[in-house]
Design a protein around this ligand. Sequence first.
Ligand SMILES: *[C@@H]1O[C@H](CO)[C@@H](O)[C@H](O)[C@H]1NC(C)=O
Ligand SMILES: *[C@@H]1O[C@H](CO)[C@@H](O)[C@H](O)[C@H]1NC(C)=O
Ligand SMILES: *[C@@H]1O[C@H](CO)[C@@H](O)[C@H](O)[C@H]1NC(C)=O
Length: 535
Amino acid sequence: MKNMVASSLTGIQVLKVLVVLTLFISSPEQVSGGNVLMNAVLGEGSHFYCMAAIGESLVRWNHSVTMLISNAFEHRAKDEKYSRLFNFEVFNHTVPVEEVHHQFDAFNRRAFSSATMQLLTLLEIMKDGRAVDCDNILGDQRFMKHLKDSSYDILVYDVIWFCGPLIARSLGIPYLTSISFPSPCTYGSTNLRDGSMNPSYVPEVFTGFTNRMTFGQRILNFLQTFLIEFVAYDMMKPYDVLIKKHGVTKDNIKDVLSQNELFLVNTDFAHEFPCPLHPKIKPVGGLTTRPSSPLPPELEDFMESSGDYGVVICTTGTYFTDVPINIVKAFSEAFARLPQKVIWQLTAELEDIPDNVKVLPWVPQNDLLGHPKTKVLMYQGGNNGFFEAIYHAVPLVTFPIHADQYDVGARVEAKDIGRNIDKRTISADVLLEALQDVISNNSYREAMQRVSAIFHDRPEPPADRAAFWVQHAMKYGGHYMHSPSYEMNFIQRNLIDVYLFIGSFLFAVCWLLYRVLNALFKFCFVRTTQHTKSE
Ligand SMILES: *[C@@H]1O[C@H](CO)[C@@H](O)[C@H](O)[C@H]1NC(C)=O
Ligand SMILES: *[C@@H]1O[C@H](CO)[C@@H](O)[C@H](O)[C@H]1NC(C)=O
Ligand SMILES: *[C@@H]1O[C@H](CO)[C@@H](O)[C@H](O)[C@H]1NC(C)=O
């Protein structure tokens, strides 16, 4: 029977059936033509790339995606890579775009200051400047009406700018949070107040701690939870003012943020420290990972010329443009002493470049990582780069500079997939020792291959998983997974009232028992003594 059917089909028909079947199997049930609005801060850097990756999957599934960006990063809308996929809505800053770029450059200028100082810089950039932008958008009735007329189904926003939920509330649509830094159990669970964030074994963001903390680290980790709460609280304040001013909703910003549909977190338990997750938190780590493409001939020749020694890739990302010259010299000196060739992405001017080093202002990092000659990636520890290295199973040397990079460094060391260098100790010797160790000791590569294999052993690519959840939220929302923990007060949530009640009860019972026994004892004792006396 089967044979008869098969033979009666022509090759083309079989092909058609196969194509239809593959389409059917590989894409989940469609909510036909959803209309998604996405906002990744202003449209800059790694936050934008994560959002664009989710958007790309949604577009592939026949949804329409619109990116809300600022005129400071308007070049995205003109980039053919994005303009063929997405629509763009561009809002204008009240200040010249140069000033906005200058604000973001504050990160670079604080590259070698302390983590707390950097956190305050983030606060400075995200709080006042971005609240003004938000005020501007909400107050621009023509623009808001234009957004309303586009009838979006859902808004996906990046966690570090709270304007998205306010826009969504004004438009009367649901919203979903994307978190581009690691640590699934910290921000989301703090936001939902579900009690799963336990600082005894869950390292708080930006600490650079692993999940095995010393007593001192646990104290600092515990205190960091309050610092993060404080920073979040301080960042939220201006948005309560905006809610009132524009009559967005009756809720305060904290409630608005917790009433999202879902959290998409750019992390994966292939390397992430285990922790219990609220069902509204979905790990979608590795959004920007993809297979590598062939290199341009000039780079390919350079890679091949390295022979058996292979190549070291060194990149410094978007936020590392103002490097102190002594640091640059330390890198250069370390590279000169290596037998390997080095591809170094660096925007700073440099004299005396060693013969084995190729300096470029921009490199195709993903394609280089996929090349068989690549031995190690040395970089500052950004979360997207981390996943690209895991995807291609390339061991790492990290030198964290900012925020979540400290956390990536901690994971690199804890999983033995490379070495992590404290930026305050950077010297040619330190860099060289770490590089030689990772290149010569095969255990790092083997550990990385295992993490990579686990990362790949998933039913779908991360961006598709994220897009699936956006689509799911469009169909059913995420509120069915909302727990009442958020509405409880501190005393109820932590069972303090229950402990107090049971404690008092036990105390009362003990006290009663004591009185009874005491009375009994006295009674017997007195009787016995009387008895003895009378004898
Ligand atoms: C894609 O969406 C459009 C509406 O935006 C609809 O007309 C079309 O039928 C959809 N195609 C598929 C394959 O779902
Ligand atoms: C932003 O400014 C440009 C140029 O002045 C203008 O064409 C555009 O309409 C403005 N956008 C909004 C949303 O007001
Ligand atoms: C290689 O690195 C691993 C993990 O850091 C270490 O346990 C081992 O002793 C190293 N081996 C050599 C030969 O250095």
